[in-house]
Design a protein around this ligand. Structure first.
Ligand SMILES: C[S@@+](CC[C@H](N)C(=O)[O-])C[C@H]1O[C@@H](n2cnc3c(N)ncnc32)[C@H](O)[C@@H]1O
Length: 301
């Protein structure tokens, strides 16, 4: 279904299902014999959401041969891609902690369990923002699993198209303290002007010494929604009812690294290919509709 300005979702529908999709990939990456990440909460969270396609993927009963371009190499590259991305941002938060930052904001947190699984320095407060049903589900499910946050965790259940800075402040956020921000797997689901506004809002709330982590997805500019529809149609036959092409906002948008640099952030980026090389993962030739994604971290001042 096409996006609207005030659409909402749970973790089994629309944009919410993409959070379940990436968590399933983290669960698979955690099982790797030589893992780059350890996310023990990903699998129980995905199972609790209960989307049959992802549960079967975890059970090893999904027949990927039924999907035209889902070769074992592509499947492994997808899992490895999530592993290097997750590792990049795990290390980003570790570096922020070493630099003395004690306040983190995870925008569009989805099923991200970093507030429970990372080794945060004492006194760290982690804010998580996402739509109400997403926040409520993860909080309840992890509580039922007996999981304990490893930092002070505060949730902000709001749509990022609404006045989230006010909601964040109401939850106790202190704009006078440096913050480590994360916008992972989010930007392509925002219209271009909303992406700029998000970075403007982040900057306005960032004390000197703050950090930002995010991605640059070059392929979104001329993203082929029809091709995506075809690819996901094959997935639909296998039980995943998700039209990815309908969920993203394609077309011209600001270049993330240039936009952040112009705002005064000192930014660094590492492409997915560079991360595959760093972690010695095989990089198959893939015709990836989203292009060569760059993982970005920046510091202010
Ligand atoms: C691909 S998932 C990424 C989740 C998480 N950051 C991760 O990497 O595991 C996209 C997330 O963005 C959230 N999201 C997208 N647009 C949003 C909006 N306008 N307001 C709040 N959350 C949003 C969705 O609810 C979903 O959890």
């Amino acid at each position: 279904m096409a996006r609207t300005d005030d659409d909402s979702w749970d973790l089994a529908s629309s944009v919410g299902a993409t959070a379940t999709m990436v968590a399933a990939a983290r669960a698979m990456a955690t099982r790797d014999p030589n893992p780059l990440i350890n996310d023990p909460f990903a699998e129980p969270l995905v199972r609790a959401v209960g989307m049959d396609f992802f549960v079967r993927a975890l059970d090893g009963t999904l027949d990927i041969s039924a999907m035209p371009d889902a070769s074992p190499e592509r499947y492994q590259a997808m899992v490895d891609g999530m592993a290097v991305r997750t590792r990049f941002f795990d290390e980003y938060f570790a570096a922020a902690g070493e630099a003395g930052i004690r306040q983190a904001v995870i925008l569009a947190a989805g099923l991200d369990s970093r507030a429970y699984r990372l080794d945060w320095p004492d006194g760290t407060v982690v804010y998580e923002i996402d739509q109400p049903e997403v926040v409520e589900f993860k909080t309840r499910t992890l509580a039922e699993l007996g999981a304990q946050p490893s930092a002070t965790r505060r949730t902000v259940a709001i749509d990022l198209r609404e006045d989230w800075p006010a909601a964040l402040a109401a939850a106790g956020f202190d704009a006078a303290q440096p913050t480590a921000w994360l916008a992972e797997g989010l930007l392509i689901y925002l219209p271009p002007q909303a992406q700029d506004r998000l970075f403007d809002q982040i900057l306005a709330l960032s004390a000197p010494g703050s950090a930002v982590g995010t991605e640059y997805v070059p392929g979104i500019v001329d993203f082929d929604a029809e091709a995506a529809k075809e690819r996901f149609a094959a997935m639909r036959d296998a039980g995943l009812d998700l039209d990815f092409g309908e969920l993203v906002y394609r077309g011209d948008r600001s270049h993330v690294l240039e936009y952040l640099t112009a705002q005064g952030w000192s930014v660094d980026g590492l492409s997915r290919a560079e991360l595959f090389e760093r972690h010695q993962r095989p990089m198959p030739e893939l015709d990836d509709a989203l292009g060569e994604i760059v993982y970005v971290s920046g510091r202010l001042g």
